[in-house]
Design a protein around this ligand. Structure first.
Ligand code: HEC
Length: 430
């Protein structure tokens, strides 16, 4: 065999190894686990998933509210209901900076990571902000792409194996797929960013449809955003480069046919690999049926199908619906209070965090972390009666700026908020 054909196979093998290590092993191994955790079917999670996930978390971003003992330990993370992300290498990262995420507590801003097969980072918190500006939650993005990612990756691995075993010009041409892999990812990512920026519903803050920044820094409402490739992207770039060299070298190689014995060996190897591929597919399908992933995705899409035009008047919910929404918000708030507590423990006493979750979630994006003012006016210094009167006014008159955030608050909530705001200190003022 010709030296360039041999090296072409070596390059393809390197590309295959990166693909297996960085993407296939973690995404196939972890497939369906998050759905099982969400459904409370912890017992159905195979035991190898735990060490696998823990292994792949080394050096990754750890959520701000994750307690020390639970880091790199999926079992504990599940037990304490921490936010758990995908296991494969993240390909792109996106982060936000805002006054209500002070550097002391959020040294990297509020980051989320986009994987082939899922998300990780502060997804829950990011969704809260998305909700403010009228954006759909991140899970709405690329649902089928994510669910099918492990299947497609196995297909790609089979292609690389057949490239190594056979010198066939059609297989050679198909090498365009691994070569284009990083561009394919960017293309899909770009599409979904566009979708998110142009399918806004009515949020607390009204923004015009826009194209989120795909690379570099941008600004959305009062948030500074940063978007950059993550380690997985460089792995994809390496796969692309090695595949390109493999393709190019093989084209230069001679058309010598290997001996019959070598061919037989290759056939046997290919059959073994194909069986493994089929095994992988069966495994994925079995898990998907158990957790019904595609059904869930269809649900998510259904939920966000109605595209509410900007400034659309949302129909008045009935008394019972209002009650249900209020309960749900109280539930969410409890969750937030717990998170804040964990955060305080971690960063020590950061005065900025001594606000209620109600204020932090509903008012701080506009009025600042402690009422110092931002888009909204300065609240620190107002008396309880001032605030309460304004709020009741806003509620009665359905004033557009505030109605979305306060319509589900009870008068008791408003009382508490007004009390809290009246106690804000006027920093740097007499
Ligand atoms: C979408 C951004 C936004 C959010 C969210 C928001 N506000 Fe405001 N708020 C403003 C802006 C802008 C003003 C000033 C313009 C005006 O008076 O209508 C304002 C004015 C006020 C005022 C009157 C201040 C004064 O000096 O008279 C009060 C009180 C107030 N907001 C309380 C709240 C409270 C409490 C919350 C949380 C429940 C809240 N706001 C949430 C944007 C916001």
């Amino acid at each position: 065999m010709n030296i360039s054909v041999v090296s072409s196979k070596v390059f393809a093998a390197i590309a295959l190894a990166i693909l297996l290590y960085g993407f296939i092993v973690p995404s196939v191994g972890f497939h369906g686990t998050l759905e099982r955790i969400k459904d409370g079917e912890i017992d159905h999670i195979p035991s190898y998933v735990y060490p696998l996930w823990n292994f792949y978390q080394k050096g990754r971003y750890i959520g701000v509210s994750t307690p020390k003992e639970a880091r790199l330990n999926l079992k504990k993370m599940v037990k304490t209901s921490e936010e758990i992300g995908a296991a494969s290498f993240p390909v792109w990262s996106f982060s936000l900076e805002a006054p209500n995420y002070p550097k002391e507590a959020f040294p990297r801003g509020l980051p989320v990571f986009i994987h082939f097969d899922g998300l990780s980072g502060e997804v829950h918190e990011m969704n809260t902000i998305n909700h403010y500006v009228g954006m759909a939650p991140m899970e709405r993005g690329g649902p089928y792409e994510r669910a099918l990612a492990p299947y497609s990756l196995i297909m790609l691995a089979l292609l690389l194996v057949s490239f190594i075993l056979y010198d066939n010009k059609w297989i050679n041409r198909l090498m365009v797929l691994p070569i284009l892999l990083p561009f394919l990812f960017i293309g899909i990512y770009f599409y979904w960013l566009y979708w998110f920026g142009h399918n806004l519903h009515m949020g607390a803050i009204k923004i015009e449809p826009f194209m989120p920044v795909i690379l570099g820094d941008g600004k959305v409402a009062q948030f500074t955003t940063h978007a950059y490739p993550a380690i997985g992207f460089w792995l994809l770039a390496a796969i692309s480069l090695f595949s390109f060299f493999a393709w190019w070298l093989k084209r230069r190689g001679t058309k010598e046919q290997p001996t019959k014995r070598v061919m037989l060996m290759n056939h046997l190897l290919m059959v073994a690999v194909l069986l493994m591929g089929v095994g992988g597919y069966v495994y994925l399908v079995k898990i998907d049926r158990e957790v019904d992933t595609l059904g869930k995705i269809a649900d998510i899409i259904e939920k966000f199908k109605v595209k509410v035009p900007l400034e659309a008047k949302v129909p008045e919910p009935s008394k019972m619906e209002k009650e249900a929404i209020r309960n749900e918000m109280a539930e969410q708030r409890k969750d937030q209070e717990l998170k804040l507590k964990a955060l305080e423990k971690r960063v020590g006493r950061v005065t900025k965090f001594k606000v209620s979750a109600l204020y932090k979630n509903s008012c701080s994006p506009c009025h600042g972390a402690s009422g110092e003012g931002n888009i909204g006016s300065r609240l620190a210094g107002l008396s309880k009666d001032d605030v309460l009167k304004k709020m009741l006014d806003y509620k009665k008159n359905e004033e557009t700026m505030h109605i979305a955030v306060i319509e589900h608050m009870s008068d008791d909530d408003l009382q508490k908020l007004a009390q809290e705001i009246s106690e804000f200190k006027l920093e740097g003022r007499k």
